[in-house]
Structure formats: C-alpha cells, structure tokens
Design a protein. Structure first.
Length: 171
C-alpha cells in the first residue's frame, strides 16, 4: 500500500502541472513605472501592455533584466493598431531609438539601444486582439560577439583556382 502511495503522489503532481496552461500573465510596464522591476523581473527594458499574456511555447528568453536575448511572444486584448501605437510611443520611452517602422496589417518596427537591437512585430490575432513578437539581440559588429573584420574577406586562394563547369543538359 505504501508503494502505491509513493507512486500516486508524483503521478498526481504531474497531472496537476500538466493541467496548467501554456500562457503566463504579464504585468503592465510603462516608462516611469516604479513597480516595473518588482513585477516584471525578467524583462526590464521593453514595455509590456496591460493584460498581456506570454505564449510560453513560442517565447525564448536567455538572460534577464536589460541584458536578455531572445523572443517574447505576447497576446493582447488590444487591437493591432492600438498595440502598434503603444510600442511606437513606449519603446523610445524605454531608451530604444527607432530605426524603421512599417505599419499595416502586420506592423514591424526596429529599434537600437546601445549595443542591442530590437524588432517588434504586431499582427492581428486569430481569435482576439493582437499578437506581438519582440525579438532582442546583440547588434552585429558590437561587443564581444562582433565578427573579426577578416571573416568578411574571402579566404586567400591556396593552390590553383577551382574550375567552374556549366551544367550539362541532355535531350
């Protein structure tokens, strides 16, 4: 009987955890929000609209605070035009310099901040509201991940140049 109980408890716990959804509620963050770091500890450098939920299956966050790299996928109860306006206004308030914005059915906005770059993509959700994808990474050519200048130059030729042949077609 004790063996049965030992097996039942982990099985019950696994079923209980499996019943949990695949989204996480995110608290709202905006520029000047004093609760931002307390409420939203992983991502302190991007705005999060009120009512946003994170799609855990499609999000990938490596690191935390203002040094993370990855992609955050959120579902919002806002229309795509409201979500686009939110990010157009709030990203600069978080220190991101706008580089480009193409707003339409699917809006794409690009920003830079120090040695990092961010892309915000907003599209109409399939069931409700909008889906927002924020991708942040180290800018190419900055910091420790900068490729060496020689990596862009062609490798020096060693030995005779290869002979390029035209394809042969048969009828």
């Amino acid at each position: 009987m004790k063996t049965m109980a030992r097996l039942a408890i982990p099985a019950f716990a696994a079923l209980l955890l499996a019943g949990c959804g695949n989204t996480t509620s995110l608290p709202q963050t905006q520029s000047g929000d004093p609760q931002q770091q307390i409420d939203f500890g992983l991502l302190t450098d991007i705005p999060i609209p009120s009512g946003a939920t994170m799609d855990n299956e499609r999000s990938l966050i490596l690191g935390d605070k203002d040094r993370w790299t990855g992609r955050v996928v959120m579902k919002l109860w806002k229309s795509s035009s409201e979500a686009t306006a939110f990010y157009l206004n709030q990203m600069p308030a978080f220190g991101w310099e706008p580089i480009m914005a193409a707003t339409s059915g699917t809006s794409v906005m690009s920003y830079v901040r120090a040695d990092r770059a961010a892309t915000v993509q907003v599209e109409t959700g399939s069931m409700w509201g909008a889906t927002v994808r924020v991708t942040v990474a180290q800018r190419v050519g900055t910091g420790a991940t900068a490729p060496a200048a020689s990596s862009y130059a062609p490798a020096p030729a060693q030995g005779p140049a290869p002979v390029l042949m035209s394809p042969v077609y048969s009828r």
